[in-house]
Design a protein around this ligand. Sequence first.
Ligand code: 5AD
Length: 368
Amino acid sequence: MILPNITQNYVNDDHQSNIIMEMIDTLAKSHIISQGVCEYLLDHISMRELPYLMMKARELTDQIYGKEIFFRGLIEITNVCSQGCYYCGLQSGNNLVNRYRMSETAILSTVEEGYQLGFRSFVWQGGEDAGLTDEWLCSLIRKFRADYPDCVVTLSIGERSRASYQALYDSGLDRCLLRHESASKSLYEKLHPQWMSFDHRMQCLQDLKDIGYWVGAGFLINPPFQKNADLVEDLMFIQRFQPHMCGIGPFIPHPDTKFRDEEAGYGNQTAVMLALVRLIVPEVLLPATTALATVDALGRSKGLNSGGNVVMPNLTAPDIRKLYEIYAQKKNWGDEAAENVKRAIRDIEELGYIPALTRGDHISYKEK
Ligand code: 5AD
């Protein structure tokens, strides 16, 4: 169990609490954390300091991005996957999954539906599907750019070669997400089969950055075997790598995986990590993830109040959406796109934020 003081309503005594608050204050000013402070914080932070940490992270977010929450329309373009991540319901060994790959027409008509609903930013996410050739993807990206010049797309389709990322970039793509999943090599290797390489994944992230992409990394909270020391490695990696975006969500067991009986991550654990990432990389785009909303009834507010400033309502057609089961009981605002967006907007407003159906650029972003 990671960050146990956060899940058991434990509160520190005055002395301990003051030490933690001072560490939070220093981090909120310097945006630099040492490994030692990081270890101390994760091992000692309790429910008493969590609201303060969240407030500091939100304050910083407000200074940079204001109260706007960027909307990105999620389109789950394929559930075909050649990888074997033990936690994921879509892993290649799961024969119970009905596999699909959306056609170009289906993807672009889903984009059109999202466009009509006001979206200007889309995320195309999928498994690592060898059927997505460079040629096919490049042509799709070029069509998207030509038909929707006021929109942007972020691609999240796993590890590819540097040449492939370069070809996609050259066709007009400039944003990619690839969660590193865990920056601790030993933990990464416990969560993935031997044929998956930690070093290759990290190389992909570096390649994306070197090519000039706006890059998203990210990690799981409380998957099996995770210790605070592993999360320390995640934070130190995020500090070094300085991603433009960071997807952080609790692990949620999927019934058809070997981790089916393992404990899910908690909302409060996730809130701590979101807030720390915000304080370490002030300008980062930080989604209040669907996984967080799934494990915790207050997940959306915890995500936004910890410095989250992105949400990704699902635009995928309901009949195929149910085949995209990364984890169990995925939470959604609504079954179909229009309902989804309406409820998401209302939800965000009720929490005191401003829904922004815009391109949602990183503060430093300049169009190439
Ligand atoms: N629980 C939570 N998140 C998961 N992901 C995959 N499987 C699970 C799970 N069981 C996350 C991974 C991946 C992202 C698309 O979904 O971090 O990068």
